[in-house]
Write a protein that binds this ligand. Structure first.
Ligand code: GLC
Length: 518
């Protein structure tokens, strides 16, 4: 049987910013449940919810202190079960975020591990004696700036944290730790969860024995401190692929097998390794090519072709335009190209993931210094590294705080009329209406889900490709440029970024069309 996720569309919910029902200014699980109608009408197939587990929230929930509970900010386990049942009743799958590379420093495992050098849990984390000069054991730099090692005064050893000091790295070379983490996966699968997005997998197994990381010859300051060195001894180490296969084996204990989507940023060949040599690791290693690519037809055509060519035999592709860590697509490519970006996401071959709010054309929101939440921004202020601008709440209605909350939300929000869901609902020409139309077209057009991808090319500023299934041939053309482009586009118009467009005639700047040519 064909797996649901091959034809499905995943929608990422950032729960802190979706819908607040408890007057805390932070979204919650009941809020998500109350908006399932919206998601069903949108036409997505699965929701992936960013972390909802108990957490001191030093990194917005990516610092987990109990892998199997629910943080009171978001509600209770009953709320989660209710949400899952309600989503399933609508035919929607539920994916959670699994954060295996590190815990919170408040996790009982770490508390136990740091209590003494002889603690049975000591080796569940990564400890080393100070280097020869008494400083950190290696020159590794935390993703959020500063050394990746912190001295534990009481025991005289350093512990590793690839992210914040409060996010100690787990030691996946320890078999007991592995077993405990696989049990965590089973707890959620037993509760009916359909899969996980697996966080920061490339950072799961740094090797302190291998020593310092070499400097990055291409580094410029805007890349942030962590990129000043290469990840030679910290990222994508071979043992991770073994672990990914073991995780997959856990997912395969269930019927149907649960989905694992791995978050690994890397070059194309590196990312491909996360499928596993026998396609026995992650079913979907995230493909982040479009999240950084310059918005330029020639480059996009090249990236798409390179990715398709690198896919192992039988591996299923996927595409992502944005997430809670990266600039909003509408800000990155400009509002005039946001529809084209969505058109591309939903017509390329493979499983798309939509980040909440991108269907509304949400843009980065400027955050005044006194409202900053992201620890990265706090550590390296003013360099544009902070992620708060892309995490702002959704404005649902023309109401105080956009109907998101009854109190000032945890982050400022864009209350511009054009962004409000209720306004877009009433407007057939809105980004929301366009996204819905695309999702509906995808659903009723097997060539868009199952068809081949052919003739990917740039004609000047126009990106073009063909989707073909049996006799059906669809032509996709999108003008990434700022001037009209004459193109030869055959067939009947199925969808356009511009309401009222016709199949023929030049493509306006930012205009994209899908036609049925056969
Ligand atoms: C991932 C998450 C990011 C988080 C980091 C540490 O990259 O997407 O938000 O800060 O891992 O868990």
């Amino acid at each position: 049987m064909r797996e649901w996720w091959k034809d499905g569309v995943i929608y990422q919910i950032y729960p802190r910013s979706f819908q607040d029902t408890t007057g805390t200014g932070v979204g919650d699980l009941k809020g998500i449940e109350s908006r399932l109608d919206y998601l069903e009408r949108l036409g997505i197939d699965a929701i992936w919810i960013s972390p909802i587990f108990p957490s001191p929230m030093k990194d917005a929930g990516y610092d987990v202190s109990d892998y199997t509970g629910i943080d009171p900010t978001f509600g209770t386990l009953e709320d989660f079960e209710s949400l899952t049942a309600a989503a399933h009743a609508r035919g929607m799958k539920v994916l959670l975020d699994f954060v295996p590379s590190h815990t919170s420093d408040q996790h009982p495992w770490f508390q136990e591990a740091r209590a003494s050098k002889d603690s049975p849990k000591r080796d569940w984390y990564v400890w080393r004696d100070p280097g020869p000069d008494g400083g950190p054991p290696t020159n590794w730099i935390s993703e959020f700036a500063g050394p990746a090692w912190t001295l534990d005064e009481a025991t005289g050893q350093y512990y590793l944290h690839i992210f914040l000091t409060e996010q100690p790295s787990l030691n996946w070379r320890n078999p007991e730790l592995r077993a405990a983490m696989y049990d965590v996966m089973r707890v959620w699968f037993d509760r009916g969860v359909d899969g996980f997005r697996v966080d920061a997998v490339e950072n799961m197994a740094p090797d302190p024995e291998a020593g310092d990381n070499p400097p990055n010859p291409e580094w410029v300051e805007s890349m942030g401190p962590a990129r000043s060195h290469l990840g030679t001894n910290t990222k994508h180490l071979p043992v991770i692929f073994e672990i990914a296969r073991e995780m997959r084996a856990v997912a395969e204990e269930y019927d149907p097998p649960r989905l694992l989507v791995g978050e690994a940023y890397g070059e194309i060949p590196q990312v491909m390794k996360y499928y596993g040599d026998a396609l026995d690791a992650f079913q979907q290693p995230f493909n982040f090519l479009l999240i950084e690519a310059p918005w330029e037809a020639e480059t996009l055509a090249g990236l798409i072709a390179d990715y398709e060519a690198a896919l192992p035999e039988g591996a299923w592709p996927n595409w992502v335009l944005g997430n809670h860590d990266r600039a909003r697509i509408a800000s990155r490519v400009g509002p005039a190209q946001a529809r084209n970006a969505m058109l591309m996401l939903l017509t390329l071959r493979g499983t798309p993931t939509i980040y909440q709010g991108d269907e509304l054309g949400m843009e980065n929101v400027a955050i005044p210094p006194d409202r900053v939440q992201d620890p990265w921004e706090k550590n390296v202020p003013g360099q544009g590294l902070g992620r708060d601008p892309v995490r702002t709440p959704i404005a649902w209605e023309e109401a105080p705080f956009g109907g998101f909350s009854t109190v000032e939300p945890w982050l400022p929000m864009d209350l511009g009329a054009a962004r409000i869901v209720a306004r877009q609902e009433e407007d057939e020409a809105s980004m929301l209406a366009f996204t819905r139309a695309l999702l509906a077209l995808r659903k009723e057009t097997p060539a868009l889900t199952r068809g081949s991808l052919e003739e990917v090319r740039a004609e000047g500023a126009v990106l073009r490709y063909t989707r073909r299934l049996g006799e059906t041939r669809l032509e996709v053309a999108l003008n990434t440029g700022t001037t009209p482009a004459e193109i030869d586009l055959a067939g009947a118009l199925l969808v356009s970024t511009h309401p009222g467009a016709e199949a023929g005639g030049p493509l306006r700047p930012g205009e994209g069309r899908v036609t049925r040519a056969g």
